[in-house]
Design a protein around this ligand. Structure first.
Ligand code: FAD
Length: 513
């Protein structure tokens, strides 16, 4: 990537109104970058300050000899939200990135030896469940229909608009939502609902898994989260050509083209507030001209340190900040010298005791002996991601957020268990085929992206009120201060981060700070 300052040019697509008002984004994760683009499109002069030396936050990349790894997200859903951002900026998304819909979304390996492909075609998938797991196809269709209905009922209030703005409630078809409340299933847990919907424990476990997409516990999270299955199975799972890092490269390029300016290695140390109005930011004392004035500041930093570190001395929304946090992840990036046809692009190898796994993760804050393993091999779709004959294995397990654990010990134990599990699945020795290894754990996630306790998605969604207990995309007490990214409304994951940026920018336009 070229040095950002040398690229900070305006183009014909930049607004020509003089860009008199100034906006600052703190952080260049997906949310921060999208918010910066949207504020620029509103005519602001926009600067992004990023503590790392490159943009992207959790959407990272690791290259080693001939192997390339996505270090964070691997599954791309709701690509139309990214396309919308580019189109709003007058750009043709196809000129910046390409993606295709996956035919097989994920290959599942169950403890009893069964292997199931979750085909993207719903009928084909339902038939697969019937043949492999003896789950009646009609149950799968019923689940998909229910999940689609939850999406329809929640989208306009809980996802695409500010939940905390009265206008949303005036505008949104909330009568439809209120009438549909029983269908939202908020008072049932995901596990209880799925046990009623399906006959086979393996099917229940498979659909319970969607709670982990926002770091929650299916044995506690409301069944409303079954909506996540709709995004993947009804709307589709996609592969971004060149890997997820291309998303960041594309957004960064667009931002530069429309005149957003970036300063890397520039951590923000304070958000400056005068009276009840934001005045700008203070950079690290290392930076020359450390005070940067602004009319609007949008923090893409996790909302907890945004308050605790950048806004000392003002009242904090303690109730929102102190909610239980989501789980985190432990990832091994293995450069494999061999390829394994048994695996697909996305693979899940389930634990023999899923309930026990979540008890350990969420209550005991540790790992159980047989964790569920997610194996992502992008070289299956992008052969240049590994040398010929090799593969790039992204091997991830869910782990608790930071809570005083001895991580070196947990990682060493987890590594052995994962290898044993993969070897028993493949029936082959794999250890000697790992030619290089890199590890990312909750300590690294916390350190690299300032995520509070290393949690991947901010608050967990383990209670029915969770959506109301995420921080809004604006400050209720400080004019000109906004928030975006995975720790605030509407939640974590790339699509929701893009939505958070859209909502924050809409709120800024409406409030005219
Ligand atoms: P973040 O990525 O959290 O970035 C915040 C940025 O702010 C960072 O660059 C940080 O350096 C910067 N910053 C922080 N403090 C300061 C400061 N004081 N001054 C300046 N800069 C600062 N999502 C999916 O959709 N699909 C997936 O498959 C998926 N898998 C995942 C797997 C892993 C291992 C991880 C870690 C995440 C995964 N996610 C997935 C979640 C997704 O990556 C995140 O929700 C999303 O990328 C978070 O974006 P964000 O806007 O919140 O910013």
């Amino acid at each position: 990537m070229k040095t950002p300052s040398s690229n900070a040019t305006s183009s014909s697509r930049a607004p020509d109104d003089g860009a008199r008002r100034r906006a600052i984004a703190i952080g260049s994760g997906v949310g921060g970058m999208a918010a910066a683009i949207r504020m620029r499109l509103q005519g602001y002069s926009v600067s992004v300050f990023e503590s790392a030396s490159m943009p992207g936050g959790k959407v990272g990349e690791h290259r080693h000899e001939g192997w390339r790894f996505d270090t964070g997200p691997s599954l791309f859903t709701l690509p139309e939200l990214l396309d919308e951002l580019f189109r709003d900026a007058g750009a043709d998304p196809g000129q910046y990135y390409q993606y295709h819909r996956l035919d097989n979304i994920c290959r599942y390996f169950f403890p009893d030896g069964k292997v199931l492909n979750a085909w993207s075609d719903p009928e084909k998938m339902a038939q697969e469940f019937e043949h492999v797991l003896a789950e009646p196809a009609a149950n799968i269709h019923r689940y998909l229909h229910r999940a689609a209905r939850i999406y329809e009922l929640t989208r306009d209030i809980f996802l695409t608009a500010s939940l905390h703005d009265l206008e949303t409630w005036r505008r949104a078809p909330w009568i439809k939502t209120i009438l549909g409340l029983p269908e939202l299933d908020a008072l049932s847990t995901m596990n209880n609902r799925n046990r009623r919907l399906f006959q086979q424990p393996n099917t229940v476990m498979l659909f319970n898994r969607y709670a982990t997409y926002n770091g929650s516990n299916p044995y506690k999270a409301p069944a409303t989260l079954n909506v996540i299955g709709h995004l993947e199975h009804n709307l589709g799972a996609y592969f971004l050509r060149g890997g997820m890092r291309n998303l960041i490269e594309a957004m960064h390029r667009l931002a530069l083209e429309i005149g957003v300016e970036f300063e890397f290695d520039s951590p923000v140390e304070r958000i400056l507030v005068q009276g009840k109005k934001v005045e700008g930011v203070q950079l690290s004392a290392r930076a020359p001209q450390a005070l940067r004035p602004a009319d609007v500041v949008i923090s893409n930093m996790d909302v907890v340190p945004s308050y605790r570190k950048l806004l000392p001395g003002i009242a904090h929304p303690e109730r929102l900040l102190s909610q239980p946090k989501s789980t985190s992840a432990l990832i091994f990036y293995w450069s494999m010298k061999k390829s394994w046809p048994i695996f697909d692009l996305h693979n899940i190898l389930f634990s023999s005791d899923y309930a026990l796994e979540f008890h350990h993760l969420c209550e005991l804050k540790t790992l159980q002996p047989d964790p569920t393993v997610y194996l992502y091999i992008s070289s299956k779709a992008e052969p240049s991601d590994a040398p010929p004959g090799g593969e790039n294995w992204f091997v991830m397990i869910n782990v608790p957020h930071l809570n005083g654990q001895n991580w070196d010990e947990l990682i060493a134990r987890a590594r052995e268990r994962i290898i044993t599990k993969l070897e028993s699945q493949t029936g082959q020795e794999i250890r000697s085929h790992i030619s290089a290894e890199k590890v990312l754990d909750p300590r690294g996630i916390a350190e690299m992206t300032s995520s509070h306790l290393g949690a991947l998605y901010g608050n967990s969604s383990d209670n029915p009120m969770a959506a109301f207990l995420r921080h809004p995309n604006f400050s209720r007490s400080i004019r000109g201060l906004y928030f975006c990214g995975g720790s605030v409304h509407p939640g974590g994951g790339i699509p929701l981060c893009l939505l958070s940026a859209r909502i924050a920018a809409e709120q800024a336009a409406k409030r005219q700070d």
